[in-house]
Design a protein around this ligand. Structure first.
Ligand code: HEC
Ligand code: HEC
Length: 237
């Protein structure tokens, strides 16, 4: 990638007959700072358009609300989420830079992966579906769709879609909230919800969600279109 950019830059210099013009793109100047060059480092794990990869722990980024993605990049930078390669990559990046990266991936619309096949017995898949669509009043767990939307595409400006994510990624995130290794801005509604779920609930929810196809128009619901049943610090009301 870098080599391609350097070569492209060199061609530019050669085609410029005016010596004064060539000053800004002399062969010694760094590669152009394009968005494509910035996100090249992300492609190996998240795909060129943020569509995700076959690795069960590497999440899709494409189409998630920009403020959600920005919050996560800040969370990694400030240690509220831990995954060493991510923490390392964003350590020295400014808010402005993170905003631009977040906006870039929020606007990508690559196709969604084929939904996973059911991996648990019917009764457990049904349990997962019930929690997502209706919640569990006996455990004080609201329906996931109350905030993540009927189409599971999230809500602007900062609630992510849950379609297109792998089962293992979803269960790992819920487990991280429960054990306190993932935090969101306070009040952390996902921490409250995850601690009310037991291992079997998390397994059921993650398995069912991963079987769901994306809706026809997989864009996040407009800001304020749902009243969230709990306050979430990352989603201003
Ligand atoms: C070595 C693989 C790897 C690379 C390279 C990488 N990521 Fe990640 N990224 C991950 C993994 C794994 C996670 C989930 C970590 C966790 O469990 O919390 C993640 C999570 C994220 C999230 C949060 C997603 C969500 O839905 O919550 C964002 C945003 C993100 N990465 C952006 C980037 C950007 C931007 C780059 C390039 C500058 C990048 N990543 C490079 C592996 C990688
Ligand atoms: C009260 C609103 C609300 C409810 C109800 C809710 N969520 Fe969330 N969820 C959020 C918010 C806000 C975030 C983003 C948190 C952050 O900034 O890290 C989120 C993030 C997530 C993520 C992280 C996605 C990613 O890409 O890393 C998962 C997984 C998730 N929720 C699953 C669930 C499940 C499963 C349920 C139902 C049991 C549920 N949520 C119910 C508000 C909610």
């Amino acid at each position: 990638m870098l080599a391609v950019l350097l070569i492209a830059g060199g061609v530019g210099v050669m085609s410029q007959s005016n010596a004064a013009d060539s000053q800004s793109s002399s062969p010694n100047s760094p590669a152009p700072d394009t968005m494509q060059a910035r996100v090249a480092a992300c492609a190996a794990c998240h795909g060129a358009q943020g569509q995700g990869t076959d690795n069960d722990y590497f999440p899709r980024l494409a189409g998630k609300p920009a403020d959600y993605l920005f919050n996560q990049l800040q969370n990694f930078r400030e240690g509220r989420r831990r995954y060493p390669p991510m923490n390392y990559l964003v350590t020295y990046l400014s808010d402005d830079y993170l905003h631009q990266i977040a906006t870039y991936f929020s606007q990508m619309r690559p196709p969604y992966p084929t939904p996973a096949a059911a991996t648990l017995p019917d009764s457990q898949m049904a349990r997962g579906r019930d929690i997502v669509l209706k919640g569990d009043t006996s455990k004080n767990v609201p329906a996931c769709i109350a905030c993540h939307g009927n189409g599971l595409t999230g809500m602007q400006p900062a609630i992510p879609g849950l379609v297109g994510l792998h089962r293992d990624y979803i269960s790992a995130q819920l487990g991280a909230w429960r054990s306190g290794t993932r935090h969101a801005l306070a009040p952390d509604c996902m921490h409250a919800i995850a601690t009310r779920l037991d291992d079997a609930d998390i397994g059921a929810v993650a398995a069912w969600l991963s079987t769901q196809p994306a809706p026809q128009n997989p864009v996040p619901a407009p800001a304020g279109s749902m009243k969230t049943p709990l306050a979430c610090g990352s989603e201003p009301q």
